[in-house]
Design a protein around this ligand. Structure first.
Ligand SMILES: Cc1cc2nc3c(=O)[nH]c(=O)nc-3n(C[C@H](O)[C@H](O)[C@H](O)COP(=O)(O)O)c2cc1C
Length: 331
């Protein structure tokens, strides 16, 4: 069975990729993923704040907003609170690249247009086959409108695209007023891929201690439908390749994502839970399912459930919404 797929121009043996996470923090882990058949590997993110921290002392003394910036940085982990510092990240990337044959995707995570973006070119020089730009941001400025912040992200993408030759994917959150319009604008900014979606790790409140409580809860398959919806809406309508991230735990989840239009299927929680070796049975089950259902190839299935030919995807969505609300019957 031909499971191959092309993601951002990278020819992959199949769509299953470990997403950005600690899974690739050591070479042993990376090799285990490759042994389990990972089609590519994604490194954890290097954060803008880590890079900025290095420059902070100069910045704090030379700009009018330096002190508030320094104060903001105090909310973030200290330099040694990050698993890999900026230089270590590049060194690790070089080693990962030398250790495996599959494509290596590096990740940058930040929210502003600035000098930190030069790390995109450094990652390319260190051997990255592609970059993922995670634009996780919570916009709290009452004066900043959606267009301004989207324009900033587009500026970041353009800046990186101007500095590197390797493909660049943007990992988005679902919280844009118009995901569809923003996807189109990212296409115009020459993004090669869109990763749908980021997952948020919101703190809870401890009502007795009056403290916020941080926790990392791994995903479940219940998070997939939001991704399926947007894959189906965007598939075939925008040029960038589409990858799913969030809620893929079984081969059936992966099949749904591919049917909705994903060219790559990122998996993290399932691999953290079951170990890197879990990728192998996932791929085998995926293949078995395709054979049993008489597909000739994975690409034959890709986008088969997309809404590209729907005369009105929004009406389809809204119709679905109304029907589900009307169908509830109290027991
Ligand atoms: C422990 C952990 C660390 C992660 N680190 C990163 C990261 O550095 N950069 C990033 O873009 N996403 C990171 N993610 C998010 C994952 O790449 C992925 O988007 C998310 O876990 C949803 O996929 P899943 O449902 O398969 O877990 C991390 C997730 C976990 C659980």
């Amino acid at each position: 069975m031909d499971l191959s797929t092309t993601y951002m121009g990278l020819k992959l043996a199949h769509p299953l990729i470990p997403g950005a996470s600690p899974l690739c923090d050591d070479l042993d882990g990376v090799r285990r993923l490759e042994d389990a058949g990972a089609a590519a590997v994604t490194l954890r993110s290097l954060f803008e704040e880590q890079i900025a921290r290095e420059q902070m002392s100069t910045f704090a003394h030379t700009t009018p907003h330096g002190e508030s910036f320094a104060e903001a940085l105090s909310y973030f982990p200290s330099a040694d609170g990050f698993v890999l510092g900026p230089e270590e990240y590049l060194e690790h990337l070089r080693k990962v690249k030398a250790a495996v044959k599959v494509p290596v995707i590096a990740s940058l995570n930040g929210t502003s247009l600035g000098g930190w973006l030069r790390y995109a070119a450094l990652m390319e020089q260190a051997g990255a086959d592609a970059l993922e730009l995670n634009v996780y941001a919570i916009n709290t400025d009452l004066e900043e409108d959606a267009a301004t912040l989207e324009t900033r992200i587009l500026g970041m993408v353009r800046s990186i695209k101007g500095a590197v030759k390797i493909p660049v994917a943007v990992k988005l959150s679902p919280f844009y007023t118009s995901v569809a319009h923003f996807a189109k604008r990212l296409e115009e900014a020459c993004a090669d891929g869109l990763v749908l979606f980021n997952r948020f790790y919101q703190p809870d409140i401890d009502v007795d201690e009056l403290q916020t409580v941080r926790s990392l809860v791994l995903s479940t398959s219940q998070e997939l439908p939001l991704r399926l919806r947007w894959l189906a809406i965007l598939s075939g309508r925008v040029r960038p390749s589409l990858a799913v991230s969030g809620g893929v735990h079984t081969h059936l989840d992966a099949i749904k994502a591919v049917m909705a239009g994903a060219q790559a299927v990122q998996v993290v929680s399932a691999l953290l839970k079951h170990g890197p070796g879990y990728l192998k049975p996932m791929r085998e089950e995926l293949e078995r399912w395709l054979v049993e259902h008489e597909y000739e190839s994975l690409s034959q299935m890709c986008g088969s459930m997309s809404l590209r030919n729907s005369p009105d995807p929004a009406a389809y969505e809204r119709g679905n919404y109304m029907m589900i609300l009307q169908s509830w019957r109290q027991a």
